[in-house]
Design a protein around this ligand. Structure first.
Ligand SMILES: Nc1ncnc2c1ncn2[C@@H]1O[C@H](COP(=O)(O)OP(=O)(O)O)[C@@H](O)[C@H]1O
Ligand SMILES: [Mg+2]
Length: 314
């Protein structure tokens, strides 16, 4: 081999050796880098796993708390329903038990009033009768209100003619109006074919309450009852020239146990339940109730009920 060729071979060998070293170093570095990358990925995975576990735990914990809350709310609701039923049953039983002897007191004092009595005896018997009647009204109102609240009042809504019902109420109230020297005007009816969707007994009860209030809170003047028909509604208005209602009391009168100016209404008695009952009764018959009034200038209570299907407006 020539000397030059030998040197070239040596150079080539050295070059190959150096390149081999560099490649080996590079490969080693690369594998270190890969290991590091793997480690970091594993670490990130671990962190992610921990975060997911924590979140899952928190969600499970919150779900458990919500389930517990739901269960206790459910139990509270059932307990409230049970108590409301107990209250209604209690009131129904008590009212019945009180009403039976009260009927005895009323009946007997009525019989007594039909006998010849000294003026003083008559006065006492009349007081017994009036007090009994007032107590009966309060008992009936409490019973009706608790029945309505518990949703256990039965309604039978039918097509009915409101005129005989209103006339009957006016007839019933006429004696009390005459006693107070106030005029109870005959029923005014506008339009023919009067027919409304109502439970006749409940309609009568609303009318009795409103006309009863009008007579109670009027000391002079007159009371009128009007029935009109408008746009698929039969509208009832009970108007009086009585004490009226101050604006400060007007938006709370349909609340139970609420009376306007307590000091003056104390003189008239009552439970403050009548209008709350009327509101519920009218609304259960898909109507609406309201009033306009001014202190000292009388009141006008109105309500409407749906007219019968197919009856045309006149
Ligand atoms: N026609 C009316 N004129 C004046 N005030 C009235 C009239 N109707 C109702 N009120 C007022 O509304 C209150 C509530 O009436 P109501 O619920 O029937 O209860 P109560 O007749 O037992 O007092 C009455 O106490 C009275 O202050
Ligand atoms: Mg009343």
């Amino acid at each position: 081999m020539a000397r030059g060729q030998f040197r070239e071979a040596v150079y080539l060998t050295i070059c190959v050796f150096i390149v081999g070293l560099v490649v080996a170093q590079f490969v080693r570095q690369f594998s270190v880098w890969l290991v590091e990358l793997n480690d970091r990925a594993a670490e990130d995975n671990l962190k992610l796993q921990i975060a997911r576990d924590t979140l899952e735990h928190q969600v499970a914990e919150r779900t458990r708390q919500l389930q517990e809350q739901n269960a206790s709310l459910d139990a509270a609701r059932l307990e409230a329903l049970r108590l409301s039923r107990v209250k209604t049953d209690f009131l129904a039983t008590m009212s019945h038990e009180i009403r039976t002897p009260m009927n005895g007191i009323l009946g007997m004092s009525e019989l007594l009033l039909n006998m010849p009595l000294h003026p003083k005896q008559r006065d006492y018997a009349q007081t017994v009768y009036d007090s009994g009647e007032a107590l009966m009204t309060v008992i009936n109102e409490i019973l009706d209100y608790s029945r309505l609240e518990a949703g256990s009042m039965h309604f039978e809504v039918v097509d009915c003619d409101p005129r005989p019902i209103c006339q009957d109420v006016l007839r019933l109230m006429s004696a009390r109006a005459t006693e107070k020297s106030i005029a109870l005007r005959p029923l005014e009816v506008e339009g023919v074919a009067q027919c409304c969707r109502a439970d006749p007994a409940r309609l009568r009860q609303v009318m009795l309450n409103l006309v009863g209030n009008a007579v109670k809170f009027t000391d002079r003047g007159e009371i009128s009852v009007r029935v009109t028909r408008r746009e698929g509604q039969i509208r009832f208005v009970v108007q009086d020239t009585g004490v009226g209602i101050g604006t400060e009391y007007q938006n709370q009168l349909f609340q139970p146990f609420t009376q306007a100016d307590v000091s003056s209404t104390r003189a008239y008695g009552g439970s403050g339940l009548g209008l709350a009952i009327c509101k519920q009764l009218v609304e259960r018959m898909e109507g609406e109730i309201g009033f306009e009034s001014a202190l000292g200038k009388g009141s006008s209570f109105w309500f409407w009920l749906p007219a019968c299907d197919g009856a045309s407006d006149v």
